[in-house]
Ligand binder design. Structure first.
Ligand SMILES: [Zn+2]
Ligand SMILES: [Zn+2]
Length: 242
């Protein structure tokens, strides 16, 4: 048999104890978060089914903002709030290459989404939010693609990483003030690089790490609608909660 270090590592991983990324106690799981720390994560509760923002009251159905001005996508969902320790895990993942944190949160998202999709409509294709080529070179990986890979492995939904492209580098959305400036910053920044895989599907799920302002999701959804996609949903690890 051919020596395959990757496969050997994956096989032995289950037997090697790891430390929980939050409490540092030994964990024997497929990812490095103990059950207690996972239960204590800042889980989001009842949310607007359209934009995914936390509902202000007991009312179900779209929030007042979505009733007034609905977003371009059909739904947006994040299981967790972008608060401690989720923010630290995501920042460590994106900027310091702490892959264990990104992987643990991706596994959680994959499990939650697969359950949601088994109860409702299942997307035909996963589309990670693209990074601009210059940013990709600097960081070395696209976190949205890695998250989507984990979801694809768990849900068995195909993944297409080359259909969308970020063709223009943009300053960080966090430097923009107001919704108008944020959407102007991204206007025309993305394009459909390969329309062929989009022609065969009607329902796609955009995958990202954190949703803050929804400008990126809106801009990409607009492009996907023009490419003939009937249903666009957005899923991400965490949502910034004000
Ligand atoms: Zn723990
Ligand atoms: Zn809403």
């Amino acid at each position: 048999m051919k020596f395959a270090p990757g496969r050997l590592l994956r096989r032995t991983r289950a037997w090697l104890p790891a430390l929980c990324l939050v409490c540092r106690r030994t964990v024997h799981r497929e990812y490095s978060l103990c059950r207690q720390c996972e239960a204590d994560l800042p889980w989001l509760g009842e949310a607007c089914p359209r934009c995914g923002e936390q509902a202000d009251g007991a009312a179900s159905g779209p929030c007042s903002r979505c009733k007034l001005e609905p977003p371009d996508f059909d739904s947006c969902f994040a299981p967790l709030a972008y608060r401690s320790p989720v923010d630290k895990l995501i920042l460590g993942y994106k900027f310091s290459g702490d892959f264990a944190g990104g992987y643990a949160l991706s596994r959680i998202l994959a499990r939650v989404m697969t359950r949601r999709w088994s109860e409702g409509r299942r997307p035909d294709l996963l589309l990670p939010v693209p990074l601009h080529a210059a940013r990709l070179r600097r960081r070395g990986f696209n976190q949205a693609l890695e998250i989507a890979r984990t979801i694809a492995a768990v849900s068995e939904i195909p993944l297409e990483a080359r259909a969308l492209r970020k063709s223009r580098a943009t300053p960080p959305q966090t430097e923009m003030s107001g919704a108008g400036q944020r959407s102007a910053n991204l206007r025309g920044a993305f394009e459909v690089a390969d329309a062929a895989p989009l022609r065969r599907v009607r329902h796609v799920a955009l995958v990202d790490d954190v949703v803050t302002t929804m400008s990126t999701a809106n801009e990409l959804s607009h492009l996907l609608r023009k490419a003939g996609i009937a249903e666009v949903e957005v899923c991400c690890l965490a949502r910034a909660v004000l």
